[in-house]
Structure formats: C-alpha cells, structure tokens
Write a protein that binds this ligand. Structure first.
Ligand code: ZN
Ligand code: MN
Length: 487
C-alpha cells in the first residue's frame, strides 16, 4: 500500500446580508417568517416579470471578493443555469458562468494546537467567486411536498477553492476563517444555525508526492462545521479502504450525500457526466462593468482582516482563545469594544464579557441576542467604578440583568446592592471579624498572607456582599499593623 494523501476542495454558498432579495424588492429576512409571505411575481417566476439586480448585493460581493484577495473582473455578467426543480419557479437559476465577478484569491488560516495556541499558518487559494440567487425550500410530509418560496431569490455568493486542502481539520479551519472574513467584510451574517453558509466538499486520494488529480467524491450540502469535518473524515477512510481493495483511486467522479444521523455517506449519483445546464447569458440583465477606480474605492473602506484584528486583541493582553472568541461572536465584540472605552483594561473587560456575561447567558440557556445592551453594561461598570457597588455585587447584578432584562440601576435600587459607604459601619464589622477569627489573624501575622482571605470572606458574608473587599482588606491590614505597633 503506497503512502496516500487527501486532496480536498470546497464550494461554499453564503447568503448575503442585504435588505432585499437579489432581483426583486422582497425582504431578505426570511428566517422564521410564515411560508410564502415574502414573495412577489419576480421571485416566483411569473411570466412577463423582469429581474433588477440588487446594487447592495453586488457591492457586498465585491467587498467579499476583495477581502479574499481576489481580482474583481472589470467585466462580468449573469447567466441562466437551467434545471428543473419544484423550488426553482423560473426553471433556471440566475448565476454567473464563464465571466464570474472575481477570480484568484487566497485565504490564510491558522491551525490551533490542543493547548489553544496557534501554531502554523496555511494558505488555500480561491478559484472564483460569483453571485447567484437561492432556490426556495421544500418540506416533505408523507406523500406531500410543501414549497416555501420565501428563500427563493436570496442573494448568494458561491466561493470555489482550489484543491489545496489536505485534511478534514484543515477544511474546517479554512471554512471558519472564511466565515470570519465574510462577516468582517459585512457581506454575510454567515449564521450557521440559520443555514446561511453551506458547503459542498470534494475529496480524492493520490500517492504522496504525485501531482495528479484523481476522480473525486463530492459530498453535497453540508451545513455545519461538524458535518463538514465528519463527512470528510468518513469519506477519506472509505476511499482509503477502496484503494486498498482495488489498488487505485475512483474510476470516475461520484456524488454522495451525508447522513447526519447515521454518520455515513450515501451514493447519490454514480458515473457523473457534466450536467447540461444549457448556460447562456441572461438577456434581461445588462453586463456588469467596474472600473479599477470603482474597485479601489471599495477596497479602501474594508476593515482589517480578522487575523489582524485577532493579533491586535492579543497585543492588548488577551489569550489567543479569548481573542478568537471575540472575533467569532460579533455581538460580544461590540460589547467588549464599548466597555474597553471605559475600563481601558483588556483583562478586566474580557473577564466581564467572556467569563461572566457568557457564563450567565449559557447558564440561563440564553442566546447572545438576549444579552444586556451596551448601555446597561456601561451603567453597571460605572456603578462599580464609582464605588456604589463592589465588583462582587456587580457580578450578581449582571446575572440578574441577564435573567430579567432589567437595568442595573433598577436592580441596585430595588434590591439593595449598594456598598456600605459608611466607614464607621464597616470598621465595626471589621472589628467583629477580627474577634471572630483569631487564628486566621495569628497566622497572617506569622507571614501567611492568604490567611487574611478567610477574614475578608467573613466580612463579606456578614455584610451580605455589601462591603467592598478591597477596602476590607486595607482596613484589616491597617488594624493589624496598629495593633502590632501598640504591643
Ligand atoms: Zn420577490
Ligand atoms: Mn451554486
């Protein structure tokens, strides 16, 4: 058995986050909408209707192309791709064939080792990026099939890679980085849960060192990173044992589907010939033309790529995985950036956002979209910084904010989280604490710094969390010091 290597290429469909659909004015926010409520004669293919390209979608596709370091073609056009399917009311998809919007890009992605540190940087070339519209959605119910056209006409970018990927984990790392880039370019929300990004993965094997491309198996319609990884791992193993049995690669291209529940692939089409889509230029839409200057202007307002953004977060003092979490969750990032303006302390801010807020959301079974607003978070931080509440009370209030959606000021006013501002009251509790914990005080005096923690804890408990632990610490130390001096 020769030493074999995998050759993997991906085709990615990503929905663009435009206000309206690709060729009509229907809303592009179809997720969760009642079936067939966001449709019109254009996206349901009525005779006599004409498509009007969505300017916002084209600009977003160009931004994405530039973020992928592609060359945007000065001339491109739309084509009709014909096939018959019930969710495709026109009988053709409006796509781009021989003159796509953009070609020849690259994506750099990191492979993270198990310790959570990034190790090696890798590159996957992008073959092309083109625009097209999505089809509707079919739901099979027994012998009936229901058709929802809300998604019909949604603007898509199809991104095709070169076969540069060598393993399933690299495919996932690449796909995750691609997702970050599309989000950063504000071209797609790429919400995996809502099916906004879908993958077709092609895999073939060859002898290590060879440069031949053998016939491949194409796995269709994978809609999560987990499915992408598992399907590729399964298919690689299957192709290896086939090679072992038959002494070589597949004889011809095949198409398979991934059965998520069973964890295996199933043959869909054997001995595939190039499908005849009878492509021809879409006669109802004029060709697209962009000058170099148009393209440069768009390139100008692209934000820094996510890998660079991650680097600057690391430079601020965050770990690789903290920085990555913020890049991957734009809603957390927005809150982090806003709080940073107030705290100027990356560690403290990430503690509040990534440890506390995220932890409370998870515990409450809530999504980031239900998280407290930026204003409420800033209000909370201000209360802590002014000393109205302790950092510890702040944590409890944040938990309450996540659960109830109330403002921190409201919670503080109604539930009495204010710190004991009266010094003499605090002095009294501290004195009681010293009397109640003579042993801890003794061992502190003998040099055991940590022993003081128990006494502070006693005060916190006694004051129901309303004492400021930092202040208690200072008071304790001062008192022990004066006592020492007195004796
Ligand atoms: Zn429409
Ligand atoms: Mn496509």
């Amino acid at each position: 058995m020769p030493l074999l290597e995998s050759v993997i290429g991906l085709e990615v469909h990503a929905q663009m986050n435009t206000r309206t659909k690709m060729f009509c004015g229907c809303s592009n926010d179809a997720y969760g909408a009642p079936p067939n409520t966001l449709i019109c004669p254009v996206c349901t293919g009525h005779p006599g209707t004409l498509p009007v390209p969505n300017r916002e979608a084209i600009l977003k596709a160009i931004r994405a192309s530039l973020a992928l370091h592609c060359t945007v073609q000065e001339d491109s056009h739309f084509d009709r791709k014909h096939y018959f399917y019930p969710d495709l009311p026109l009988g053709f998809q409006i796509s781009q064939y021989d003159f796509p919007l953009a070609r020849s890009g690259t994506v750099q992605y990191d492979i993270i080792d198990h310790s959570g540190n990034s190790t090696s940087a890798h590159t996957c070339r992008i073959h092309r990026l083109h625009m097209e519209n999505d089809a509707g959605k079919l739901t099979h119910r027994g012998s009936h099939t229901l058709c929802d056209f809300n998604r019909a006409g949604t603007p898509l970018m199809e991104i095709v890679t070169e076969p540069d990927i060598k393993s399933a984990d690299h495919a996932v790392a690449f796909a995750q980085e691609l997702r970050r880039i599309l989000i950063a370019a504000n071209a797609s929300d790429a919400d995996m849960f809502k099916g906004m990004m879908r993958f077709d993965a092609s895999i073939s094997l060859r002898e290590k060192g060879s440069i031949t491309l053998n016939p491949r198996s194409e796995i269709k319609n994978l809609n999560s990173f987990k499915a992408l990884e598992q399907a590729l791992m399964y298919e690689e193993k299957r192709l290896r044992s086939l090679w072992e049995k038959e002494g070589g690669p597949l004889h011809h291209n095949i198409t398979v589907g991934w059965l998520d529940d069973e964890g295996k692939t199933r043959l869909l089409r054997d001995k595939e010939e190039a499908a005849d889509y009878r492509y021809f230029p879409e006669p109802d839409i004029p060709p697209l033309h962009f000058t170099r200057k148009d393209i440069e202007t768009l390139a100008h307002d692209l934000p820094p790529p996510p890998r660079e953004q991650k680097e600057s977060l690391i430079k601020m003092g965050l770990t690789n995985s903290e920085a990555q979490q913020l890049i991957d969750e734009p809603e957390l990032r927005l809150r982090f950036d806003a709080l940073m303006q107030h705290t100027h302390d990356a560690k403290r801010t990430s503690g509040i956002i990534l440890t506390q807020l995220q932890g409370f959301l998870n515990a409450a079974g809530k999504n980031i979209s239900d998280a407290p607003s930026i204003d409420h978070l800033i209000e909370l931080i201000s209360h802590i910084d002014k000393g109205t509440i302790s950092a510890n009370a702040g944590k409890k209030i944040l938990q309450n904010m996540v659960k109830s959606g109330r403002s921190p000021s409201d919670i503080i006013a109604k539930e009495g989280f204010e710190q004991i501002a009266d010094d003499s009251a605090l002095e009294q509790i501290v004195q009681n604490a010293m009397c109640a914990n003579p042993q801890a005080i003794e061992s502190y005096k003998k040099g055991k710094e940590a022993a003081l923690g128990a006494v502070v804890g006693w005060v916190m408990k006694e004051s129901k969390g309303k004492a400021d632990p930092k202040k208690v610490n200072e008071l304790l130390k001062r008192r022990i010091q004066t006592k020492k001096e007195a004796t």
